[in-house]
Design a protein. Sequence first.
Length: 232
Amino acid sequence: MISDFGKFDHHQKNRNGKRKNGIYYSSIGLLWQKFGKKYLERLNVKNVDKTFEYIDKELIQYIDATDNMQTNYLENKISPDFITLCNPEWNENISEDAAFFHALKLADEFWDVYIKHAIAEVEAIEIILDKIEKCKDCYLVLDKEMPYKKAIKLSKNNTVKYIIFKSRRECYDVRTLTDSCKFKEEIIQSKDINATRKLTKINDLIYVDIHGKLCCTETLESAIKLVKYNEK
């Protein structure tokens, strides 16, 4: 039985609990399990449960695994070692306390940015999944640029092969979702953009990615026209 004094302490003989996937809890994991949903409720998050799970999976569990030296769970992830970079270097005359408060400030700033990102991405996933479910075409049109990759992985609709959205660059991006629908070689290997415009008969074509996964046009109509050209 763990006393209240050690409720969020994982430096114990038998640690302090383990997830179903095998990752032991560290202090941040224990705190998140206890207060995470209440914290998100105070932020007026639209979908508390999904946002809680997203943050737990994408960040908290990773920190837990790092802290518990379970390196087998850290594959394809970048270690959040920026905090350890704040430790005093061998050639610095800085106290550990001063370094700790500097690290705390950085961690606080990172947390604010990450929470904003997580909330936005979860909302985007819900919006995109709903649009994909209703989509009857091979392309999905979004009103603005949104993170879509996680939504595509979660979707069971294999009909949608392209995403079109108004880019922050004041144009329309056309992104391919699978290698099977990459833009045709005749588009990619055209000698210049003018030749590609002539070939596709799309006069406001702006850019073609050499890997065949991205094209940009000035208008939405041209973006859709480009997709239809590629689907011929």
